[in-house]
Design a protein around this ligand. Structure first.
Ligand SMILES: Cc1ncc(C[n+]2csc(CCOP(=O)(O)OP(=O)(O)O)c2C)c(N)n1
Ligand SMILES: [Mg+2]
Length: 580
């Protein structure tokens, strides 16, 4: 083992002794070569990076360390084609890749050292799994021959592969440069075939820099499941004959906006979306409904079409009626009958399945009276209730909506204005409302939004945070400055884990514990990095601050909004059981 370590150390010395300038140097290994070309000599790291480029990736969110030195050497070499964005903590590497993946629907990569680096990125990986986000983690390893020997090598962690395998569906240890490209291509294919999701590749400190005869792998075909035309016909019959059809969208419907919109029109069916399905149907349509109105519509619905959603709220909180029939569309066949067997189950991507349904439906569809006026009236009733019960949050959300362009992106952190946004913020476009779904990891908002903004430099992005959540990753303001990311971040500052605090007041006899916070001066904090930073007192000032902030594209803006306690939004989020 000693010999191996020495060999690694001397290889590193060689590397340090011969620095290459960006985009120059005599070395032509791999540069400019398209995937699928004949074998050439490359390191494992170069093979991985060239394969990422061959698959269309243009960025990696990565924090260096000795195990990954040869990976970073490859990133340097390919830096004209793949940008390396380095954050200040591995959680942000993972969260930035997550944000970029959710905002684009395309695969994104991050790299971290093993052990603490991997665990630091753990919440992001967990959230990528929960949101089916295609992020690829490149994770270092101790020397290959020492893996599993409990020697106490730098950053060693027991059974790293086992830990990773619990977090993601696809993982592989790269053992040789010859197999590195194929392993990468297989991981990238796994990330978007069937149910999308994260994958991880591990590679040992002494393997990343090993040269070998590498054949670069082009993107591998990912065959789509055959459409079950019989099931499509049964679904069309059920939906076509439905008296009060309801469509429910989750994150799996984000790439089927046109199809969902057409179907809603054909069926005159409202489309319920909670968080990850927001924006699939334009929020300006009276048919786009959120939870409370959706709850009433669920009670009325005889046939429900569920697209890319777990239906957990409906099944666990509201209950399934004795006569309700469910048609499910999901990329993951295991999802269909986890809780209830649907009347019809269709497996595959939402868009092609909905296209076949749209083609079949006219043969079976009942003549339908227009429902727009009814929906408009019912929406207005709920808007009034929001104004009465959660007016303070609504005023801030109205200010954000008024200034955020229609394709601008709203990123959730876990805070009270966001709880209200989940039911009361209209979302106009797919992938323009970024939510961590059921994981709800406090503190992801700022770092995730940095990734969103980095991947979508063409549109304004706003991260909506509380003072508690923002401080989880506030140091990433340095990353925003270093990489000139023009993200706008709102921090609603109530000096508390306010949501927790209110629960302690209302449900636990005001026995307050661990919910009051000491904060920095957020404006001074932002300015100390060189960022634009302002304080906005109330919704009108927030609106003016946002207008200036969205026009400032040269770097980040932090807007602190001092607030008091907010009224509880929970009556709109946790609704009563409909069917026992
Ligand atoms: C990783 C993680 N830890 C803890 C929580 C529990 N939690 C949810 S909201 C919240 C308080 C958030 O405080 P802040 O960001 O200031 O928003 P506020 O409630 O004050 O609006 C906490 C602690 C969580 N969701 N995730
Ligand atoms: Mg707070």
């Amino acid at each position: 083992m000693k010999k191996k370590r020495r060999a690694t150390a001397s290889a590193q010395k060689r590397h340090r002794a011969s620095p290459r300038k960006r985009g120059s140097g005599p070395d032509s290994r791999g540069r400019g070569k398209a995937p699928g070309t004949p074998a050439e000599t490359m390191t494992a790291a170069e093979a991985v990076v060239a394969t990422l480029i061959g698959h269309g990736l243009d960025t990696i969110y990565a924090l260096p360390g000795v195990q990954n030195d040869f990976l970073f050497e490859a990133l340097f070499k390919f830096s004209d084609r793949l940008r390396t964005v380095h954050p200040r903590h591995e959680q942000a590497a993972g969260y930035m890749a997550l944000g970029a993946a959710l905002a684009t629907g395309k695969p994104q990569a991050f790299a971290v050292v093993p052990g603490p680096g991997l665990l630091n990125a753990g919440a992001a990986l967990l959230t990528a799994f929960a949101t089916n986000a295609p992020t690829l983690g490149l994770v270092g390893q101790i020397p290959d021959a020492d893996i599993g020997r409990d020697l106490g090598q730098l950053h060693e962690i027991r059974d790293q592969a086992g830990i990773i395998a619990r977090l993601v569906d696809h993982t592989k240890l790269i053992r040789t440069p010859e197999r590195a490209s194929r392993a990468t291509a297989l991981a990238l294919r796994a990330m978007h075939s069937g149910r999308p999701g994260p994958a991880v590749l591990e590679c040992a400190i002494d393997v990343w820099g090993k040269p070998g005869a590498v054949r670069l792998e082009a993107p591998l075909p990912a065959p789509a499941p055959k459409i079950d035309t019989d099931a499509v016909r049964r679904a069309a019959k059920l939906l076509g004959g439905a008296k009060r059809p309801l469509i429910i969208c989750g994150g799996g419907a984000q790439d089927a906006s046109a199809e969902v919109t057409a179907l809603s029109d054909m069926l005159q069916a409202p489309v319920l979306a909670f968080r990850r399905g927001r924006g699939v149907l334009d929020g300006r349509s009276p048919f786009a409904v959120t939870l409370p109105l959706g709850h009433a519509l669920w009670r009325e619905a005889d046939v429900v079409l569920a697209v890319g959603t777990r239906l957990l709220i409906q099944f666990r909180q509201w209950g399934l009626g004795p006569k309700q029939k469910i048609v499910r569309i999901d990329a993951d066949p295991k999802e269909h009958d986890r809780l209830h067997k649907p009347a019809v189950a269709l497996t595959g991507d939402a868009a092609p399945l909905l296209q076949s349904l749209l083609a079949e439906l006219p043969k079976h569809n009942a003549k339908r009276a227009p429902r727009a006026a009814e929906m408009q009236e019912r929406q207005a009733v709920w808007r009034k209730r929001f104004e009465e019960k959660i007016g303070p949050q609504l005023a801030f959300l109205d200010a954000i909506r008024a200034e955020l362009p229609e394709d601008g992106i709203f990123v959730e952190d876990i805070t009270q204005v966001v709880f209200a946004a989940r039911v009361a913020f209209p979302v106009y476009k797919p992938r323009s409302y970024i939510s961590p779904g059921f994981q709800d990891p406090l503190g992801l908002g700022f770092a995730t939004a940095l990734g969103v903004q980095h991947a979508r430099p063409d549109v304004p992005v706003v991260a909506v945070c509380g003072d508690g959540g923002f401080m989880f990753t506030a140091t990433e303001m340095a990353t925003a400055m270093r990489h000139r990311i023009p993200l706008v971040t709102i921090v609603f500052n109530d000096g508390a884990y306010g949501n927790v605090r209110r629960i302690q007041q209302e449900r636990f006899g005001n026995r307050l514990i661990a919910s009051d916070l000491a904060n920095p001066d957020f404006v001074a904090f932002g300015k100390s990095f060189g960022a634009e930073a302002v304080r906005a007192m109330g919704p009108d000032e927030l609106r003016r601050a946002l207008r200036r902030a969205f026009a400032h594209r040269d770097g980040p803006t932090l807007i602190e909004v001092p607030v008091g306690a907010f009224p509880s939004p929970w009556e709109f989020l946790i609704l009563p059981t409909v069917w026992e």
